[in-house]
Design a protein around this ligand. Sequence first.
Ligand SMILES: CC(C)(COP(=O)(O)OP(=O)(O)OC[C@H]1O[C@@H](n2cnc3c(N)ncnc32)[C@H](O)[C@@H]1OP(=O)(O)O)[C@@H](O)C(=O)NCCC(=O)NCCS
Length: 148
Amino acid sequence: MKKLNIVDFIKENIDIICKIDKTSSCYNWTKNMFLNEFENKNSFFKILLSDNIVAGYIIYHIIIDEAEILNIVIDEKLKKQKLGSFLLERTVKDILNKNIKTIFLEVGENNIPAINLYLKFGFEQYNIRKNYYKNGENAILMKRQVKE
Ligand SMILES: CC(C)(COP(=O)(O)OP(=O)(O)OC[C@H]1O[C@@H](n2cnc3c(N)ncnc32)[C@H](O)[C@@H]1OP(=O)(O)O)[C@@H](O)C(=O)NCCC(=O)NCCS
């Protein structure tokens, strides 16, 4: 069985993160976008290691009592092996420990793998943002209420 660990992003990871993002995700962040997250004090940028190899990442923000997941990506070669579930489950647990009331996120309406993953972890749709993405795709806004 593979040994899974979640660690903080370090600058040495930037090239592998950009590569995983380009090959696995349709949102295509730039190197600067990742580095800005690294510098942002409200941002949590976590790397998933599988047997010490970078297998994916998650970025979320925390502002006062709200969290927002900006992105979660698993290496194309490692998808559908429950790594996304592991990373999201651990992240939600960490967020629960930080006195957060609600976790928000947005996802393209055609991104069925991600929508299914979020539904599985208790997120529900609360709105739609029309033509949100460059390609005209609508964004589904989802949230998970953690505390009243
Ligand atoms: C979304 C993503 C992170 C899921 O990671 P993963 O490791 O492949 O997901 P898991 O193996 O843990 O699957 C968990 C659940 O997600 C859903 N899912 C994952 N891949 C799916 C697919 N190809 N089709 C439909 N549902 C899928 C299923 O509900 C699955 O549960 P199941 O295996 O019991 O059916 C991955 O597909 C990815 O990196 N996508 C590109 C980046 C992206 O769009 N991120 C979201 C940004 S908002």
